[in-house]
Design a protein around this ligand. Structure first.
Ligand SMILES: Cc1ncc(COP(=O)(O)O)c(C=O)c1O
Length: 376
């Protein structure tokens, strides 16, 4: 990426545009690897937050042990920058088997999280076809109630099947504590409960001679408390690379650690008490936050202003509680509630590094090219 010309400076670009500060993103990555190293953990960041090879390279340069992906398309893109990938999503269906096999043939050390015999069979077929095993992490539910088997016995059963199935190698277990959305001070008892469940699963596996080499967990809201869950070998926080309004509210980060905002322009002040910007739900994403937090984003330069409603291309700001009287044409920065879905709405990102600006593509965005053109 060439960083340069002034035509890319935020004052000159057309809005709405998503802007990333690469220096802050790199510092965020460094903070995670420093913390992880201190506690004997590896960091395998989830790339669903940025979907970009540029950001993945920064994470790897700062010491990430590998990458986590959610889709086969992300896996195929990230395989060009890293050969140690965890696909943390069960792969079901013939087309997926073929593409898993192709990743293995490229030499990727591929780990797959799964929670069913069906997904295990898909993995086995891919491994057999490629002549190289898929590493399997049995996914366990630790309270979110989304995916994952619920008991140590069920973990052991899948792990045992996996150890017998040609084409797969049992590598360990995976969990995602996505139900923990409270500030650090209130996480203690929930982390203890999660740690208990993980500990029981590890014990059951060890008792059967299937000691897990990898115990993969972690999230951004629990990031700085990861060491309170015994037995983990690696963590997968993704949001931390940019942070967002949600992470600010949970006190996971400070304002200086937010690397992402959407730059918008005030397009109307005709309605008293309101200002309308050109970033609506198609630029910011209409994600609600938990609890008392209302609105669809934070204006770091005018925190008293609320983003009260979003149409597709209009963002309505309530300025009635502010002294700020914006003019039509004025620019505002908006930090989205949930940065991952906001990034996914962008075609590319405007990035700042030092004094320079550049543009980066989001190569991992989108579904699977080829899956419709070449049906199974
Ligand atoms: C399986 C899995 N691992 C890791 C993450 C990353 O968590 P966070 O968004 O809290 O950084 C997610 C987020 O959705 C996830 O689904």
């Amino acid at each position: 990426m060439t960083m340069s010309p002034s035509i890319l400076e935020p004052a000159a670009v057309e809005t709405p545009v998503a802007v990333v500060d690469l220096d802050i993103a790199r510092a965020n990555a460094r903070r995670v690897t420093t913390y992880a190293a201190r506690h004997g953990l590896g960091w395998r960041p989830h790339v669903k937050t940025h979907k970009s090879r540029t950001l993945a390279r920064i994470q790897l340069e700062e010491g990430a042990r590998g990458l986590t992906v959610a889709t086969l398309h992300e896996a195929e893109v990230m395989a060009t920058v890293c050969d140690d990938l965890l696909l943390a999503y069960p792969q079901v269906g013939e087309g997926k088997v073929r593409r898993l096999g192709a990743l293995l043939e490229r030499g990727v050390d591929l780990k797959l999280a799964l929670d069913s015999p069906e997904a295990l069979e898909s993995a086995a077929r891919a491994g057999q076809a490629a002549g190289r095993d898929v590493g399997v992490l049995v996914e366990m539910d630790v309270g979110m109630g989304r995916v994952g088997v619920g008991t140590p016995e069920a973990v052991l059963e899948l792990a045992s099947r996996c150890a017998e199935e040609p084409g797969t190698t049992f590598r360990g277990i995976l969990f995602y504590p996505g139900h923990i959305r409270v500030p650090a001070a209130a996480q203690g008892p929930i982390l203890k409960e999660v740690g208990g469940r993980v500990g029981e699963a590890i014990q059951a596996l060890e008792g059967a001679g299937l000691s897990p080499e990898i115990v993969s967990g972690g999230s951004t809201p629990t990031l700085w408390q990861s060491h309170e869950i015994p037995g983990m070998t690696e963590i997968r926080p993704g949001t931390v690379i940019f942070n967002d309004r949600d992470m600010l509210a949970l006190e996971v980060c400070g304002p200086e650690e937010v690397a992402f905002h959407v730059l918008a322009t005030v397009v109307s002040v005709a309605v008293p008490g309101h200002a309308v910007v050109d970033a609506g739900s198609k630029a910011l994403a209409k994600e609600e936050l938990r609890g008392d937090l209302r609105g669809y984003g934070l204006l770091p330069d005018h925190p008293e202003v609320r983003v009260i409603s979003l149409s597709e291309e209009h963002g309505v700001l309530d300025i009635s509680g502010s002294d700020w009287r914006p003019r039509v044409g004025e620019r505002v920065r908006i930090v989205p509630n949930h940065v991952c879905v906001c990034v996914n709405l962008q075609d590319r990102l405007l990035v700042r590094r030092g004094d320079g600006y550049g543009v980066i593509p989001l190569e991992g965005r989108g579904r699977s090219p080829g899956s419709i053109e070449q049906p199974n």
